[in-house]
Design a protein around this ligand. Structure first.
Ligand SMILES: [Zn+2]
Length: 243
């Protein structure tokens, strides 16, 4: 995009707006709480729909183009973009599998190799994250899998802290407030309290409706079909690059 902007020599506000509107259709909008950047969920949605999004982006660029850039060049650049996004999707999908089998470990490695090749080919900078991805992540993945190693517990930790702040915001004395918060935390993690919590949760759980519901069955079948289609797409990106 930046390269494109430089070549045209004027800000392409309308193109950017159009592309952002397009991404919003895929539920990928810049989250306000993430410094105006796309957050992880939005990124997953973008890479997961690489094919469709790139097709539409190309249409926008071709339509808004004013003869400075020929259609062939636009197509080549967008094709590279699609390939990169598709490979990011493939690599992350295989790396998020919990307890991967040997076959899945190999697929992860193939996807990461293809992604690295692509990344270097189009001249993207090798950031720290890119280096970890390129050199280290597969070794960890082979040893113990990285799919269950994630950081949402840190987010959750923030939420517990926020909850305590709300609960004790009436206490202006810092020491008293901290003591109360710690006491509440110690009580709530007491083994008998935890046991009681589990019992209550169990007793109040609604029993799951049976799977004979035809709509539910169809939805599940559709999801399964979509998942298989995604899998095929990912493998196509990887084999195209690794051949
Ligand atoms: Zn290193």
């Amino acid at each position: 995009m930046e390269q494109y902007r430089d070549e045209r020599g004027k800000p392409e506000a309308s193109i950017i707006v159009e592309i952002e509107q397009l991404l919003e259709k895929f539920d990928a909008s810049r989250a306000a709480y993430h410094g105006g950047d796309f957050n992880g969920v939005a990124c997953r949605r973008i890479v997961g729909n690489a094919n469709e999004i790139c097709q539409r982006v190309m249409e926008i660029l071709v339509r808004q183009n004013c003869e400075n850039c020929d259609e062939k060049t636009i197509k080549e650049i967008v094709d590279q973009l699609e390939q990169t996004l598709g490979l990011l999707d493939a690599a992350f999908a295989y790396l998020s599998i919990m307890y991967p089998t040997d076959d899945e470990k190999k697929k992860a490695r193939d996807a990461v190799d293809a992604l690295s090749k692509q990344w270097r080919d189009i001249g993207l900078s090798i950031s720290l994250k890119a280096h970890v991805m390129e050199v280290h992540v597969c070794d960890f993945h082979d040893k113990c899998g990285v799919g269950d190693k994630e950081e949402s517990f840190i987010e959750q930790g923030h939420q517990i802290g926020l909850k305590e702040n709300r609960r004790y915001c009436g206490l202006k004395n810092f020491i008293k407030r901290t003591e109360s918060a710690l006491k509440a935390r110690s009580v709530s993690t007491h083994s008998l309290v935890m046991q009681q919590k589990i019992e209550v949760l169990h007793a109040s759980k609604r029993t799951k409706k049976d799977d004979t519901n035809p709509t539910l069955k169809r939805v599940k079948k559709d999801e399964k079909k979509k998942e298989i289609e995604k899998q095929v797409k990912r493998e196509a990106y990887v084999s195209k690059r690794n051949k």
